[in-house]
Ligand binder design. Structure first.
Ligand code: FAQ
Length: 311
């Protein structure tokens, strides 16, 4: 009965065990995982665009090889996560439809432009840095396929973060113009990277339930604080300034004091009004339509193979 199913589910959660696709689970648990995991998958796929923008213009062959590898990793993460989400009973086609029709959310961060090479450094350092802080706890998330996918993804993200840091470090050892370019990129990406952790705890409708289900292990604000604490010493090594004059450690609260985050900007980006929202979705839709012949050819090939086997 469903009562037995609920009891078995609760026991697994209480024991800190993993829920697997074969296990019974409450409908809302399934729904919230489909929501979060599909958004995460879409973020990886849309997240290829800001950096893909620089592959043809990377300043050296080595830089180009590294950037291509990173963007390919993001495609891999997206496919991994779509597969993990499919175990919950939604199809890849449904998720793709939701994305290209503009009905699905993906991380706000990917709706900002990448006008300079230094943006590749800032994305690696700040965006992948934030991704790691958010995703390491997800390796212990209660849903098995998601938790396991996160282990490998986090290893790759830490390589991504270091390559971004190294791009900025190289620029910061260069000419005044290069230093200026690095600082400008940090100035543009800093606040949006803090928004990646989601709304403040008291305005985060999903947090309480996701914490009770052990999908989330830390709150949005806790992880945001942890991220800032990680950035401060790294910014010193780089010689860049984090663009918040009020950022300082507070001994009493044991937290960083910081200026308020512009949540109006965050909400506008979520509603589709960020600088690059329309371009990102259009590019994804064009790629999907451009790939239609590949899907048709693959389906036709599979059909012929099956016919041969039956003959
Ligand atoms: N952007 O109640 P909460 C990457 C939505 S890293 C857009 O707090 P929750 C790697 C949220 O969905 C980026 N929407 O929600 C990479 C909810 O809306 P809904 C991807 C956001 O789920 C690097 C509403 O606001 N990482 O891709 C954002 O408990 C470089 C209320 O929020 C993940 O997705 C946002 N920033 O906590 C790739 C990590 N924040 O669904 C390429 C997994 C919140 O009710 C290049 N996800 N919203 O309509 C999570 O950990 C969680 O979903 C949070 C949000 C923490 C993002």
């Amino acid at each position: 009965s469903t009562d037995d199913e609920q009891r078995a589910f609760d026991a697994l959660i209480d024991a800190d065990a993993r829920i697997e696709p074969r296990d019974g689970m409450p409908d809302d648990y399934r729904k919230t995982l489909i929501r979060q995991m599909s958004q995460h998958a879409h973020s990886e796929i849309i997240g290829m665009q800001p950096e893909g923008n620089w592959i043809t213009r990377a300043p050296s062959l080595q830089r180009k090889a590294i950037l291509m590898a990173k963007v390919q990793d993001e495609a891999g993460h997206g496919l991994y996560l779509y597969s993990a989400t499919q175990t919950l009973g939604i199809t890849r086609d449904e998720m793709t439809e939701q994305l290209i029709e503009g009905r699905a959310k993906y991380s706000s961060i990917f709706n900002y432009p990448t006008p300079t090479w230094a943006d590749m450094g800032a994305i690696g350092w700040l965006v992948d840095g934030a991704a790691i802080v958010n995703q390491v706890p997800l390796c212990r998330c209660s849903y098995g396929p998601y938790a396991r996918a996160m282990v490998r993804i986090c290893k790759e993200e830490s390589f991504h973060q270091r390559q971004g840091f190294e791009i900025l470090l190289t620029l910061m050892q260069g000419t005044d113009a290069q230093k200026q370019m690095a600082q400008d990129a940090v100035d543009r990406w800093y606040w949006p990277s803090l928004m990646m952790f989601g709304p403040p705890d008291d305005e985060s409708p999903n947090s309480a339930r996701s914490m009770a289900w052990k999908i989330k292990r830390f709150s949005n604000d806790e992880l945001r604080q942890r991220f800032v604490g990680m950035l401060v010493p790294q910014a010193e090594v780089l010689g860049v300034t984090l663009p918040d004059p009020n950022l300082r450690w507070n001994d009493d609260t044991q937290q960083y004091d910081m200026s308020p985050i512009d949540w109006d900007e965050f909400m506008a980006v979520l509603k589709g009004h960020g600088p690059m929202n329309a371009v990102r979705i259009q590019t994804r839709r064009d790629a999907h339509e451009g790939g239609a012949w590949v899907r048709e050819a693959a389906a036709e090939y599979a059909r012929k193979q099956q016919q041969k086997e039956q003959a």
